[in-house]
Design a protein around this ligand. Structure first.
Ligand SMILES: *Cc1c(COP(=O)(O)O)cnc(C)c1O
Length: 392
């Protein structure tokens, strides 16, 4: 196997899998591992210091979402936030109905939670998406039932970067008094995620997709939303999420939210430019290739290519040998051999799913990176097509 050589220039274009902790974020976190180590529940000065940091972070996360601080609950990440939102609403509101509406392109943190709820007697409808990877609000509306208690539609997809029409769905949900949750792990800090504009009652986010630390996240819960906790214990986080707060992680999330808010508009413009540049270069150089998902309703740094007659895994390893880090499908499913459930939902043939490559750019990426990666991709596709039985 070809492997990465020490000292080689490395280009990271897998920011949807995770991001590095920003230097400002790390700096803000460090004191909370050492001198400010207190437990936020303690009544002495050490505890108060931790409690203050906790509440300051809550304000920062709330500000990024246009929410009130008391509407933010800290969790261990996006997966836990999704679990709490779905199970919490389902368990607490089951007397009203047991039907949940979601989409076929959600992250496993939502899909697997729905499967578990189905085993417990809830009914789940998985809505299809268009060939562009978008949910049609009219299709969603027609799937609403009198016993629907929750609609969960992700804001931006982690594989193809498509941005769903949440405002329209939010209005449909509000008219019918149905709770509306969104997994916004991929969109928070990249595009506007104002909870009132989007019309959501619950929103999941994760620090490590936002230049913060792994293992920390938050759930926005609109005031008045009734849900049950899924972790029992000492009653932390308004008894919705017991367990001593991860103060250092939460401070990191707060700083990351602040930073993202400051640079979001400029960074979105810059990454859209890089994205479009890389797309154009690759599609000029490589035949029988296209981009999966809508280009108009798409995250700034996301590209998802389909290359006919090659395996994405081979491309990934070839690029890795040149110091370029990208992914096939999502990081969670790239160790499986099944084609991506997202690309299948977009209507791709299974063999074309296998030739897909996800590129997600972020703060460190430059125009020079885009040019180097475009060349690397063209070389990789050419090489594997020339030796592939599928090639022509
Ligand atoms: C990464 C991701 C998650 C999971 O977040 P963790 O903090 O890694 O648990 C959930 N949803 C989406 C869309 C993601 O991209």
């Amino acid at each position: 196997m070809i492997s990465y050589l020490p000292g080689m220039k490395r280009i990271y274009m897998d920011h949807s899998a995770t991001t590095p902790v920003a230097p400002e974020v790390l700096e803000a976190m460090l004191p909370y591992f050492s001198e400010r180590f207190g437990n936020a529940s303690s009544l002495h000065s050490f505890g108060l210091e931790a409690k203050e940091a906790l509440e300051a972070s809550r304000e920062k996360v709330a500000a990024l979402l246009g929410a009130k601080p008391e509407e933010i609950i800290f969790t261990s990440g996006g997966t836990e936030s999704d679990n709490l939102a779905l199970k919490g609403i389902a368990y607490r509101n089951q007397a009203k109905g047991k039907h949940i509406l979601t989409t076929s392109i959600e992250h496993p943190a939502v899909l697997e939670t729905c499967r578990k709820l189905q085993k417990e007697g809830f009914e789940v409808t998985y809505l299809p998406v268009t060939g562009e990877g978008l949910v049609d609000p009219a299709v969603l509306e027609s799937a609403i039932r009198p016993d629907t208690i929750l609609i969960s539609v992700m804001h931006a997809n982690n594989e193809v970067g498509t941005i769903q029409p949440l405002e329209e769905i939010g209005r449909l949900a509000a008219e019918r008094d149905i709770y509306f949750h969104t997994d916004a792990v991929q969109s928070v800090g990249k595009i506007s995620t104002d909870v009132n504009t989007l019309g959501v009652d619950l929103l999941s986010l994760s620090a490590h997709k936002l230049y913060g630390p792994k293992g920390t996240g938050a759930l926005y819960i609109r005031k008045g939303t009734r849900l049950e906790s899924i972790i029992q214990g000492g009653g932390h986080e308004r008894a919705l999420r017991s367990g001593t707060e991860n103060i250092a992680g939460i401070v990191g999330l707060g700083r990351a939210a602040d930073l993202a808010g400051e640079i979001m508009a400029a960074e979105a413009r810059r990454l859209t430019g890089l994205r479009d540049r890389l797309a154009k270069l690759v599609l000029e150089k490589v035949k029988d290739a296209w981009i999966n998902g809508s280009m108009a309703k798409r995250l700034p740094g996301n590209l998802n290519f389909a290359f006919k007659y090659v395996e994405g895994e081979s491309l990934l390893l070839f690029l890795d040998s040149r110091g370029i880090a990208v992914s096939t499908g999502s990081a969670c499913s790239s160790h499986k051999l099944e084609p991506s459930h997202v690309l299948l939902a977009l209507g791709l043939k299974p063999e074309d799913c296998h030739g897909s490559l996800r590129i997600t750019m972020g703060r460190s990426n430059t125009e020079g990176d885009a040019d180097y990666v475009a060349e690397g991709i063209a070389a990789a596709v050419e090489r594997f097509r020339s030796i592939s039985a599928l090639g022509r």
